[in-house]
Design a binder for this molecule. Structure first.
Ligand code: MTE
Ligand code: MO
Length: 378
């Protein structure tokens, strides 16, 4: 049983994993625990549509979920990038009174697929060893960040805004990095960013940022600050540890001080099938998967069931490709028995496609290579 915002009630029956600081139930059939985070079992998204239900949506918490009350919540917009430099407050009611927008968008952690750098490419990377389930799509409803910034009096020469969460300060390796925050350019802030108070038609659940979170479409998950408390607006570029030390490419293939801060997510495709699944020889299986790109709508998905020797197009399972991800299917009649590597490769309308190998970076961000999916035919 769930209360309105996803807090387990006393009658919760099914066994759940216990993640420190996550409030919603985490049944082991849907989630894998990774420290303070819960990864969705990607293959169980198979029986969901475009939208990921809250009860299967991954949670990435630097510390733990704070329980905030909408009635005494407010957002403070402040900084030298405002006319008059006077902080402006918005209550929850005032935010809800602004015109609302509704949009389906993915939230995907920059490190989604990170463990494949190791399992598939033999490279070591630091960070939460996500497989493919640090992703979900939801229908978000909220106010436009552009409306809020204009009402607050953003100056024409403001360059950056920095949203910050109300969750506890993040302490790592004995260093207090302060509360989770990361700047974004005014250009992106005024474009398509939402201050979301609804997820899939329900009030935003506690674990996903109740009462209000940012949704920054197509950018890495860290941009979409949960439990939003304040936004700094600045005439000079802003920074934070999540901008300078994390969420950049570091390593041999990158500039000595690291790449530019990462913004946009990448593209991926994968079968909705457990790694190591067994499939019966001599009958036709209807394999399914998903594909997505943060750059452009999906144009095609090609699949190979012989380790990459021959490729054929997959068939789309939904009428529109203009959704943040596309579900696809392909029939396969294995002869077997023995191990087989299944492959899929997405190409988007901008011409981006998945390489055979992802370029290594020390923190394992933006894995984009064709996933080599091992199965056994019996
Ligand atoms: N305040 C705050 N915002 C946050 C985080 C956090 O720990 N605190 N985690 C970020 C990261 S790294 C990701 S991937 C997404 C995850 O969103 P979700 O937990 O709703 O799936 O939230 C982002 N926003
Ligand atoms: Mo993330």
């Amino acid at each position: 049983m769930l209360s309105a915002f996803g807090v387990p009630s006393a009658t919760a029956g099914a066994p759940s994993l216990a993640a420190p600081g996550i409030l919603k139930p985490l049944p082991p059939e849907y989630f894998t625990l990774r420290g303070t985070n819960a990864e969705a079992r990607y293959e169980t998204l198979k029986d969901t549509g475009v939208l990921t239900p809250v009860d299967r949506f991954f949670v990435r918490n630097h510390t733990s979920t704070p329980v905030l009350d909408a009635s005494d919540w407010h957002l403070t917009v402040w900084g030298d990038g405002l006319h008059g430099r006077t902080p402006v407050r918005f209550t929850y009611g005032q935010l809800r009174d602004l015109p609302s927008v509704t949009r389906t968008a993915l939230i995907e952690c920059a490190g989604n697929g990170r463990s494949l750098y190791t399992t598939q490419q033999g490279e070591s990377v630091a960070g939460t060893p996500w497989t493919l389930g640090a992703i979900g799509a939801a229908r978000w409803r909220g106010a436009r960040l552009s409306d809020v910034l204009r009402l607050a009096g953003i100056a024409s020469d403001a360059v950056d805004v920095q949203p910050r969460g109300l969750d506890a300060s993040y302490v790592t390796g004995g260093v207090d990095l302060g509360r989770v925050r990361r700047p974004l350019t005014v250009a992106k802030a005024l474009d398509d960013v939402i201050l979301a108070y609804e997820m899939n038609g329900e009030p935003l659940p506690y674990d996903h940022g109740h009462p209000v979170r940012l949704v920054v479409p197509n950018w890495i998950g860290i941009a979409s600050i949960k439990w939003l408390g304040d936004i700094e607006v600045s005439r000079a570029p802003l920074a934070s540890p999540w901008f300078t030390d994390h969420y950049r490419f570091f390593g041999a293939a990158h500039p000595p001080g690291g790449s530019a801060p990462l913004t946009r997510q990448t593209l991926k495709s994968a079968y909705e099938l457990p790694f190591g699944a067994t499939l019966e020889a001599g009958r036709t299986h209807r394999l399914e998967g998903r594909a997505w790109s943060a750059h452009a709508p999906v144009r095609r998905v090609d699949v190979s069931t012989d380790g990459g020797a021959r490729w054929r197009p997959a068939r789309f399972l939904q009428p529109s490709r203009h959704e943040p991800w596309v579900r696809w299917t392909t029939p396969w009649r294995p002869h077997g028995p023995g191990p087989v590597t299944l492959l899929s490769r997405v190409t988007d309308l901008a011409g981006n496609t998945q390489p055979e190998r992802a370029v290594h970076n020390t923190q394992g961000y933006l894995f984009d290579a064709v996933v080599r999916h091992p199965v056994t035919v019996v």
